[in-house]
Design a protein around this ligand. Structure first.
Ligand SMILES: C[S@@+](CC[C@H](N)C(=O)[O-])C[C@H]1O[C@@H](n2cnc3c(N)ncnc32)[C@H](O)[C@@H]1O
Length: 256
């Protein structure tokens, strides 16, 4: 716990990123990964295979943009670095510098283009379709990397604390998810969207207790290449009330 507090102080993240809880979540995910390494590694392996499938659909391999790169546990970095001229990793949380490859650029940025506005207004604001990197015409692969379900909920918690109406928050979160899907679709290259969409919870006897949509009931669009798997995200002992949780994951690849 003390280590997590120190990591939070030393993160180098902006006030907005810290206050909206992204830094805390990033540190918590790291700690959870250490506890659940075996079951999470299977999910990471699926992500690597899905990204390798997406690479096959890239006619050119100049720049690869990865959104929500985090600790890069779910990214076959070495392979991408060998294939693409340049890799751009984007995350809202400042990451440890990657020094093993000389064609990787790390950028700390909020891909929703919303968090500062929400923080400053302490209220719901208009949701734009993001535009970051859309004007960079050498991007041949965009990977939205297990980030879609993570975009809205930290802002939702912040807005709840500031007394904003629950229904309005829910609608806002739906807009955030839809804007990201439109954003990815606006790139004129191969795109690869990896995301969870349903979380199944089980009691200690492994009896199913509930299933919840993790994308605020926004449906994923059709993609010509679709891969699916399950992620044992909360094996026994990890969660409090429910003893186990499994996420359904989809990878949607749209060839250029
Ligand atoms: C579940 S993690 C993805 C796992 C990550 N690829 C890894 O291997 O560690 C989601 C990532 O999305 C990032 N993220 C959440 N909201 C974001 C935003 N608005 N802009 C950019 N990154 C964001 C988080 O900081 C986190 O690192």
């Amino acid at each position: 716990m003390l280590a997590e507090v120190i990591a939070h102080i030393r993160s180098g993240d902006s006030k907005v990123t810290k206050r909206l809880g992204y830094t805390k979540e990033h540190i918590a995910i790291g700690a959870r990964y250490q506890r659940q390494k075996d079951s999470w590694d299977a999910h990471h392996k699926h992500c690597h295979q899905a990204i390798e499938e997406a690479i096959k659909h890239c006619p050119q391999t100049r720049t690869c943009l990865i959104i929500g790169s985090g600790r890069c546990l779910d990214i076959p970095l070495e392979k991408l670095s060998n294939i693409f001229n340049d890799i751009i990793l984007v995350d809202i949380v400042r990451q440890k510098a990657i020094t093993d490859f000389n064609n990787i650029k790390q950028i700390t940025s909020d891909i929703t283009e919303l968090t500062s506005k929400v923080y400053n207004h302490r209220n719901i604001v208009e949701v734009p379709v993001p535009s970051l990197f859309l004007d960079q015409d050498d991007i041949d692969l965009v990977i939205s990397d297990n980030v879609l379900s993570q975009l809205a909920w930290p802002m939702a918690i912040f807005l709840e604390k500031h007394g904003i109406n629950e229904d309005a928050i829910y609608q806002f979160c739906q807009e955030v998810i839809k804007a990201h899907l439109t954003y990815i679709n606006n790139f004129h290259c191969t795109t690869c969207l990896i995301t969870d969409h349903t979380k199944h919870s089980f009691n200690p006897r492994f009896e199913h207790t509930q299933s919840a949509n993790t994308l605020y009931n926004i449906s994923l669009p059709f993609a010509p290449v679709t891969l699916k798997w399950q992620w044992y995200i909360e094996p026994k002992g990890e969660s409090g009330r429910d003893a186990y949780a499994i996420n359904d994951i989809s990878c949607l690849i749209n060839p250029a």
